[in-house]
Write a protein that binds this ligand. Structure first.
Ligand code: SAH
Length: 265
């Protein structure tokens, strides 16, 4: 029989990646709250995750802000904690599936034999839609939403540049690009959106100091600049964001239309 000489548990604890939601602490999922309550170690992206969320953590939890850390530093914290049997929560703003760099962390955990799971969160894109009181998909206008960004230090593949995406005239939601809103607008118009296309900018969706601005592609950059918005904001464009004159009625609630849950009356 092999005698274990160290105190390490036979299996490492699980690292839970949790989507923290857009900012409002009440927009964290119940599952996310439960995980935060039981976590011994919490690593959060301090630049965007609201500190209010940390109130859900146990007083004994060790909290680390990943804002100033590089990848190895933050994965070392998670791996060491998991190997000593401590439950870890890694909090990412919004949802983990969008611009969170979750994948590279998960790969390192896998290489080190540390199990992980993911709890989704409310993306800032959806919190912004709620603030704007809009549907991104509108019947007979557009049934497609594009999430994208301008290239920054992270490049964007050439076939996905804004001008190419604009040719679809779908609802477009541009992350990480508020500082360059003029360039975003220029490329969207050059690529095919008419300048009169409804557009919006939402700064800090769901936070107390949220600002939401609406207009058209030809004035949204000026309005956002006037409001002093440079970061922490999303840029939207598309006809679905317009008033009801741009929309047809949905078939879902049309009484002439039957579907699996409702026979024609
Ligand atoms: N995973 C996150 C996005 C992270 S990338 C999500 O699903 O929302 C960071 C970018 O997201 C910011 O530059 C900004 O464009 C956007 N963002 C994050 N939180 C935001 C908020 N509350 N309001 C508006 N934009 C936000």
């Amino acid at each position: 029989m092999v005698k274990r000489t160290d105190k390490r548990p036979a299996r490492p604890a699980t690292v839970h990646f949790v989507g923290a939601g857009p900012g409002d602490p009440e927009l964290l999922t119940i599952k996310g709250v439960k995980l935060l309550k039981k976590a011994a170690v919490v690593v959060y992206a301090g630049s965007l995750v609201s500190k209010e969320l940390l109130r859900y953590c146990s007083k004994k939890a060790a909290l680390y802000d990943s804002a100033s850390m590089h990848l190895k530093e933050l994965t070392d914290i998670m791996i060491d904690a998991a190997n000593s049997g401590k439950t870890v929560v890694r909090l990412h703003t919004g949802d983990t599936s969008l611009y969170s760099a979750f994948g590279e962390q998960a790969e390192i955990l896998e290489r080190n034999g540390v199990p992980y799971d993911i709890t989704p969160g409310v993306s800032s894109a959806f919190a912004a839609a709620a603030s704007l009181r809009k549907e991104f998909t509108a019947p007979e206008v557009t049934q497609t939403v594009i999430f994208t960004r301008l290239a920054g230090r992270t490049p964007v593949p050439a076939e996905e540049d804004l001008e190419a995406l604009a040719s679809h005239r779908a609802t477009i939601c541009v992350f990480l690009s508020a500082r360059a809103i003029e360039e975003v607008v220029r490329l969207l118009i050059k690529g095919g959106y008419p300048p009169s296309t409804p557009a919006a900018v939402v700064y800090k969706a769901s936070w107390e100091d949220e600002i939401s601005i609406t207009g058209a592609l030809n004035d949204i950059a000026r309005k956002a600049k006037e409001a002093g918005i440079k970061r922490h904001a999303l840029i939207f464009a598309g006809r679905a964001l317009g008033g009801k004159e741009t929309r047809a009625a949905s078939k879902l609630y049309d009484k002439e239309f039957s579907h699996g849950y409702r026979a024609k009356k």
